[in-house]
Design a protein. Structure first.
Length: 90
C-alpha cells in the first residue's frame, strides 16, 4: 500500500496519515514495518485499517493467523521534535 506523504511540520520528514477506527488521523512514518504480535513487544505499529499492534519486528510475511502484520510506526516515536511539537498541540 502506497501512502501519500506530506512533510512533518515539526521536523520536515515525510509522514502519512492513517485513519483510526474512531475516525481520528494518526501521523505515521511512510515505510511499512513487519511485526509479529507476541508478548508486550518492542515495536508499535498502526495497520492500514488503523489497528494499533505491539510486537517484535520480523521478516515474516504478513499472516494474521500467526500474528504477523504489516503496518507503520507512529511518527511521534521517530520525530526528533516530538516533545516540542506536542507542547504546541496542547
Amino acid at each position: 500500500m502506497q501512502l501519500r506523504t506530506t512533510p512533518c511540520r515539526a521536523c520536515g520528514r515525510p509522514i502519512a496519515f492513517i485513519r483510526t477506527p474512531r475516525g481520528r488521523y494518526l501521523p505515521v512514518d511512510p515505510d511499512p514495518v513487519l511485526t509479529v504480535r507476541r508478548g508486550p513487544g518492542q515495536v508499535t505499529i498502526v495497520t492500514p485499517r488503523g489497528e494499533v499492534i505491539r510486537g517484535y519486528e520480523t521478516q515474516e510475511p504478513p499472516d494474521p493467523e500467526i500474528g504477523a502484520h504489516a503496518g507503520y510506526v507512529p511518527h511521534w516515536q521517530t520525530c526528533p521534535q516530538a516533545e516540542e511539537f506536542r507542547g504546541e498541540a496542547r
